[in-house]
Design a protein around this ligand. Structure first.
Ligand SMILES: Nc1nc(=O)c2c([nH]1)NC[C@@H]1CN(c3ccc(C(=O)N[C@@H](CCC(=O)O)C(=O)O)cc3)CN21
Ligand SMILES: CC(C)C(=O)C(=O)O
Ligand SMILES: [Mg+2]
Length: 264
């Protein structure tokens, strides 16, 4: 049975988790979906992982549509979510036009990075049939404002603001929330504060779903790896084994463990 937003809502209601991985091509989309991953994210991380840039900012709408099409062709029943790239949703008009391109390329949901300023845009997308995931916390398109890839939501004021933004964007129509690099306590608090499923990456063990970049969990990404990454290839020894081990570890809440999380 194909995964829909209803599947993920039911999981949350039943206190069951779900797993998410990035994929950027048809072959990996097939492998990832057949391993039981519930959601495939065509992440703008492809700018770093596939294109070799040092941020996600150079990624274009054409790049995202190309990879979304490829993933849709290989996918076997996962929900397909595509990132809206940097400045493709700078206005609501741009967001509507660009989200339509991704949906026509095979996305079933789009993800936007931002806070309260996205309220009207998310409402416009949602009202017109485009499911939206709101990405909060360490939003990599803001790396130049953050001055690096730094944990977000530390301190009471920042934490309160993030809870408020999650609730506001859910009320505007967001069907999912993604939290990146926030203290585990805040991940738990936001997961409890909204009824939409919450996906975490470096957001602790208590979010409804977990996501990793495919190349990171296969251990092929060069350089220093962020704290939240686990190399599932080490123990599994094969790609298919690593994908299945990830799905099982998320389902059984064995991943993430303490070493993959951030403290307040
Ligand atoms: N391969 C890859 N994996 C990712 O997870 C990823 C990308 N690329 N590209 C887009 C963004 C960038 N991301 C990143 C990159 C680095 C850190 C990082 O180094 N974080 C520090 C936290 C530093 C602090 O304590 O404030 C860490 O130690 O994990 C986090 C997220 C996540 N996304
Ligand atoms: C790291 C995930 C959440 C992402 O946005 C991406 O892969 O682009
Ligand atoms: Mg992204």
């Amino acid at each position: 049975m194909a995964v829909t937003i209803n599947t993920l809502r039911e999981r949350k209601q039943n206190n069951e988790t779900f797993s998410v991985l990035t994929a950027y091509d048809a072959t990996f989309a097939q492998r990832v979906s057949e391993a039981g991953v519930d959601v495939i994210l065509i992440g703008d991380s492809l700018g770093m992982v596939l294109q070799g840039h040092d941020s996600t900012l150079p990624v274009s709408m054409n790049d995202m549509c190309y990879h979304t099409r490829a993933v849709a062709n290989g996918n076997k029943g996962a929900l397909i979510m595509a990132d809206m790239p940097f400045m493709s949703y700078g206005s609501t008009d741009a967001a509507l036009k660009n989200a339509a391109k991704l949906m026509r390329a095979g996305a079933q949901m789009v993800k936007l990075e931002g806070t309260d300023w996205m309220e009207d845009t998310i409402k416009a997308l949602s009202d017109r049939g485009v499911p939206v995931c709101a990405h909060l916390g360490l939003t990599p398109q803001f790396v130049n404002k953050f001055g690096g890839y730094k944990v977000q939501g530390r301190g009471d004021a920042q934490a309160e603001a993030m809870v408020k933004h999650a609730r506001l964007l859910e009320a505007a129509g967001a069907d999912m929330i993604l939290l990146e690099c926030v203290p585990s306590e805040l991940g738990k608090r936001i997961t409890e504060a909204v009824s939409a499923p919450v996906i975490g990456i470096g957001a602790g063990p208590d979010t409804d779903g977990q996501v990793l970049v495919l190349h990171d969990m296969l251990g092929v990404t060069p350089g220093r790896r962020p704290r939240f990454v686990k190399n599932f290839m080490e123990e599994a020894g094969s790609v298919q084994g690593a994908l299945e081990a990830y799905v099982a570890a998320v389902r059984e809440r064995r991943f993430p463990s303490e070493e993959h999380t951030f403290k307040a």
